[in-house]
Design a protein around this ligand. Structure first.
Ligand code: NAD
Ligand code: MG
Length: 404
């Protein structure tokens, strides 16, 4: 067995963070926790510190960090507590950390994921928004600093597993014809357009196959999640949009496929449980127990496939559009979507208005810049501008609703 690996977990209290700790828990001695980072969930972070005894713990604000430090002190733990965004970047670059699980949700996770890349870490990337916003900047940092990028998103992890182990970014050289990303279709796959107008936040966060955080659950329901994943696949595997196809597969058993020139389709199958890709990436190139039950093919009996309906779910087409536009468009798409999803969850806008806000932002000539993004500052400038634009658009929508 290799010597124990030290791990920083960014977003340890989230769905992916907790699943990661569950895999770690199954392999005492193999993994040690250098740092656990969360935002506000002090009670859960405290419990996690008691169990995993990290050298550092991070919370979003000073008052929370002070409260945690007191509780850890009273429990005789010498975990050092930090707070704020700069601490996340510091934890991502800790000299003793071999690997960093990037599992913060949304744009908030970009600077720390990038810091891990710049420190040349093994990065287990769950935070797809980081790659969507900052694709060229992130991938350049990975290359220039010798970081190793392992996808946690189940589709990309499946593709990674179905590609040859010596894949170096040239799909054609490896005889790859297409990447097929599977999508469950979300909870409203069969709903009419009229019914989609009435979807409530509660309905949208209840995913039929996967148990996940709120933001990604809403993204799965609008199919924006698949759109973000198309852009993620573009950067991870150097695949043009024309080589990426989305296939709706309601059972979520095939996690994605690679189609080769000879007609072979290589797929990765398994029960829908994120502990499989997490265990795969943690142990790569070895295989370890993840706690996920083996797939029972007899019970499964059948697998279904259909084409996505881009009319009822316009977010998927918007993401393809952003990828084609290039430049800052994916960053605008991501930021507008984050603002719109938040507004939907707060009851400010309807479900189908999420796509309208994103479409309006992508259509704003004043925001679009075609040149490839070169720096984190440029990415954050696009992010800020799109957030402002989307928020104003939503405010106008709300005002109109109050008038009628
Ligand atoms: P979640 O909402 O359950 O957890 C988010 C985590 O991020 C929490 O630990 C929270 O404390 C932390 N966080 C939030 N805002 C923060 C901020 N401003 N600063 C620091 N920390 C902050 O989300 P999740 O479902 O675990 O998803 C995490 C990421 O993984 C997302 O990018 C998501 O798209 C991706 N992902 C999740 C799944 C899944 O099954 N949950 C699958 C594939 C990809
Ligand atoms: Mg996914």
């Amino acid at each position: 067995m290799p010597s124990s690996q030290q791990l920083t977990i960014l977003g340890s209290t989230g769905s992916i963070g907790q699943s990661t700790l569950d895999v770690v828990r199954r392999h005492p001695g193999r993994y040690r926790i250098a740092a656990l980072c969360a935002h506000r969930q002090i009670d859960l972070l405290f419990e996690q510190c008691l169990e995993f005894r990290p050298r550092y713990a991070v919370l979003g604000e000073r008052v929370l960090a002070e409260a945690l430090a007191l509780r850890l002190g009273a429990a005789n733990l010498d975990t050092e507590v930090r707070h704020g965004a700069a601490a996340l970047e510091e934890m991502a670059a800790l000299p003793e950390a071999d690997a960093v699980m990037a599992a913060i949700v949304g744009a908030a996770g970009l600077p720390s994921a990038l810091a891990a890349a710049r420190a040349g870490k093994k990065i287990l990337l769950a935070n797809k928004e980081a790659l969507v916003m900052a694709g060229p900047v992130f991938m350049r940092a990975v290359r220039e600093h010798g970081a190793r990028l392992l996808p946690i998103d189940s589709e990309h992890n499946a593709i990674f597993q179905a590609l040859p182990p010596d894949f170096d970014g040239d799909l054609l050289k490896k005889g790859v014809r297409r990447l097929l990303l599977t999508a469950s279709g979300g909870p409203f796959r069969t709903w009419s357009r009229a019914d989609l107008e009435k979807v409530t936040p509660q309905q949208a966060v209840a995913h039929p196959r996967w148990s996940m955080g709120k933001k990604i659950s809403v993204d799965s329901a609008t199919l924006m999640n698949k759109g973000l994943e198309v852009i993620e696949a573009h950067w991870l595997f150097n695949a043009p949009a024309s080589m990426i196809e989305v296939v709706v597969h309601p059972q979520s058993i095939i996690h994605s496929l690679v189609e080769y020139a000879d007609g072979s389709l290589l797929a990765q199958l398994g029960n829908p449980d994120m502990r499989t890709p997490i265990a795969h990436a943690l142990a790569h190139p070895e295989r370890i127990d993840s706690g996920v039950a083996a797939l029972d093919l007899f019970q499964l009996a059948r697998l279904d496939f259909e084409a996505p309906d881009k009319e009822r779910f316009p977010c998927l087409a918007l993401a393809f559009r952003a990828l084609e536009l290039g430049g800052n468009a994916p960053a605008l798409l991501n930021a507008a979507n984050e603002i719109a999803v938040e507004a939907f969850l707060e009851g400010k806008i309807g479900f189908t208005e999420i796509a309208r806000v994103v479409a309006a932002t992508l259509a704003a000539d004043s925001l679009i810049a075609g040149a490839p993004l070169e720096s984190l500052d440029e990415v954050l400038a696009a992010d800020t501008a799109a957030r402002r634009f989307a928020a104003e658009w939503i405010a106008r929508l709300e005002k109109r609703e109050r008038m009628f």
